[in-house]
Write a protein that binds this ligand. Structure first.
Ligand SMILES: Cc1ncc(C[n+]2csc(CCOP(=O)(O)OP(=O)(O)O)c2C)c(N)n1
Length: 607
């Protein structure tokens, strides 16, 4: 059967094992070819081809519900559920999402993008099925890194204690998060993996050794398996544990899934897979470079990423202050590998554990350790309570780097960095900042560590920033906690923060506005002196923010105006109460009516 002929999952049901294996090969080549063109999660998807084929072969989606943790590893599921034709649009504007998507298919029954939700979703789906008297199994696929997440453990705790509810958990163990998995659970899983080595070992010697030695070896194997299973955390929690099995052995996967269908209690099927399977460089990648790959760019890349800039600054800061960095599983994305190597004793990857990371940072700060906590904007949402209660309530001096703030582009709705300003604004004591350029990033970071005593946020976007790292230009200058004027003019007073200011500069030039352009680099607290000065010009005020408008800077300015009885005409552009889908950054600005043309149009009406 040709890949192109598969329109629905049942189309693969009549295939024999040989044909299924051939199909797996075809899917793998297709994935490599497509992802290297469109960008996307290469390694994780190459690791799940046989698993997802076996799942669709054995179960009947959508009656049987599949839940994929994060949802980044399910491209084969998309292919088998009739979306092959759209793969050239993967992650592109208005194209196929890189994650599960309710709008795309009835077979996508759980969306998340954030790690660790699959087991809670499994329980919720099981209860819903029970309450609605619906038939069908519920199967959750979760990686060895995501299962260490606090949320996953909260659900594991419940499901295992519920003898009436049967859920199937497939633990996809590739020993990797984005980088190497960390922590004692990963070590415990290594113990289970050793059983697989015993099994393989038997296969190799089966043809060579006499039968009585093989029988003896079998007993040893059973003994080891029994010993290890006695110590098996999943069995202890009330699950039937099956495995570990080779997650690329399609026939074995089918066999075990069929067996599991007959079991009456909740099961953990532990499969061992290889991230990047079939792509030599991705297979050998132990740092995570191939976890997600970008679309090849045809332009010349100017500057470096904001993440790298912050990481270089953190290295430079060590000359002034010995800081500790807590990294929740994003070493590659946050570009901290060099820091981790140079300052191994001042760096800890805590795994996918944003909540833990924030509370741990609070405790370090409580004991006087200068601590840096880099979080992607979207994942910082996980740690709302810990940042509010453990860091801000007690006014602990933690410097929080908010990476990927603003529109993130291809990752889409689950990854947008649009809510952090609103989220942090409600937190007492916290200072929120965003640099306009590389120089200001250095100065703000330095200020955050050396001059601040409060919780301090420095946010930065996903794109690149002009900076020549070969020149090692990082120096720190004292900065006042005030706004600055990039340009003073008698016209409209335009306020923004971060690289969005460049858009306002362009608009001012194009429209010949003779505007003032104000860099609100301290988003909280606001610069009241500067605001009085601006209001007293009697001019119109325009505020532009690449983020949610609820609880952001604009409403603070309105509050200030109401308090001081200023009546300047004021208008704003930001993202109003909506979910922003995936697509190219520039396309998204256009769709949201936040791009250059939209600002010009808006101001033509306003002025
Ligand atoms: C709350 C949260 N933090 C961080 C991430 C970023 N992230 C996406 S996939 C991933 C690694 C997942 O590893 P694992 O669960 O083992 O799955 P694999 O990719 O290895 O199949 C991470 C850290 C996320 N999606 N959600």
């Amino acid at each position: 059967m040709n890949l192109k002929d598969i329109k629905k999952p049942s189309d693969i049901k009549q295939l024999n094992h040989k044909e299924l294996k051939a199909l797996a090969l075809e899917i793998r080549s297709f994935l490599i070819e497509t992802i290297t063109k469109t960008g996307g999660h290469l390694s994780s998807n190459l690791g799940t081809v046989e698993l997802i084929l076996a799942m669709h072969y054995v179960f009947n989606s959508p009656e049987d519900v599949f839940i994929f943790d994060v949802g980044h590893q399910a491209y084969t599921h998309k292919i088998l559920t009739g979306r092959l034709d759209q793969f050239d649009t993967l992650r592109q504007t208005k194209g196929l999402s890189g994650y599960m998507n309710y709008q795309e298919s009835e077979h996508d029954q759980w969306e998340s993008g954030h790690a660790g939700t699959a087991l809670s979703a499994l329980l919720g789906t099981l209860y819903a099925k029970h309450l609605k008297h619906e038939k069908g199994e519920v199967v959750a696929v979760i990686g060895d890194a995501s299962i260490t997440n606090g949320m996953a453990f909260e659900a594991l705790n419940l499901l295992g204690s519920d003898p009436k509810t049967k859920g199937i958990i497939i633990l996809n163990d590739n020993e990797m998060s984005i980088s190497k998995s960390v922590g004692s659970i990963s070590k415990a899983l290594t113990k289970f993996r050793s059983m697989k080595v015993v099994m393989k070992w038997k296969r190799i010697w089966a043809n060579i050794l006499p039968a009585f030695i093989l029988r003896f070896l079998s007993r040893v194997k059973r003994g080891i398996r029994g010993f290890l299973q006695r110590q098996n955390i999943f069995e202890d929690l009330g699950y039937m544990y099956v495995g570990p099995i080779d997650g690329h052995d399609l026939i074995s996967l089918i066999h075990h899934l069929k067996r599991i269908q007959k079991v009456k209690k909740s099961v953990v099927l532990h499969i061992i897979t290889e991230k990047g399977k079939g792509h030599v460089e991705a297979e050998n990648d132990k740092v995570g470079t191939f976890h997600g790959v970008s679309k090849p760019s045809n332009g010349i890349k100017q500057g470096i990423s904001w993440s790298e800039l912050i990481s270089l600054n953190m290295q430079k800061i060590q000359e002034h202050l010995k800081t500790f960095v807590i990294m929740p599983a994003m070493e590659i994305g946050a570009q901290f590998s060099e820091f981790a190597k140079k300052y191994a004793d001042r760096y800890l990857d805590v795994g996918i554990a944003e909540e833990h990371a924030a509370t741990m940072a609070a405790a370090l700060a409580h004991h006087g350790v200068p601590v840096f906590l880099p979080l992607y904007s979207t994942f910082s949402q996980r740690a709302f309570d810990q940042i509010l209660n453990d860091i801000c309530r007690s006014n602990h001096h933690v410097v929080i780097g908010i990476d990927r703030s603003g529109i993130v582009g291809e990752d889409g709705s689950t990854h947008q960095g649009l809510f952090d300003v609103s989220m942090f604004y409600v937190m007492p004591n916290i200072v929120i900042t965003m640099p306009y350029d590389a120089k200001e990033a250095s100065n703000l970071l330095y200020y955050g560590f050396m001059k601040q005593k409060n919780p301090f946020v420095i946010r930065y976007p996903r794109g690149t920033v002009l900076f020549d790292k070969a020149l090692d230009l990082i120096t720190f200058e004292e900065i006042e906690p005030t706004w600055s004027k990039l340009k003073t003019g008698p016209g409209i007073q335009m306020i923004s923060y971060g690289p969005s200011l460049d858009l306002l500069i362009k608009v001012d030039l194009e429209m010949k506005l003779s505007a003032s352009i104000i860099n609100a680099r301290f988003i909280k607290p606001i610069d009241e002196a500067m605001l009085h000065e601006i209001m007293k010009t009697g001019q119109r005020i325009f505020v532009y923010e690449e983020g949610s408008d609820t609880g952001s800077l604009y409403p603070q300015i309105l509050k200030f105006m109401a308090k001081h009885q200023y009546h300047n005409p004021i208008s704003n552009m930001s993202i109003t109460d909506q979910i922003v889908e995936h697509g190219h950054y520039k396309d998204m600005l256009k769709i949201l009516e936040m791009d250059f043309d939209a600002v010009v149009k808006h101001l033509q009406k306003f002025i």
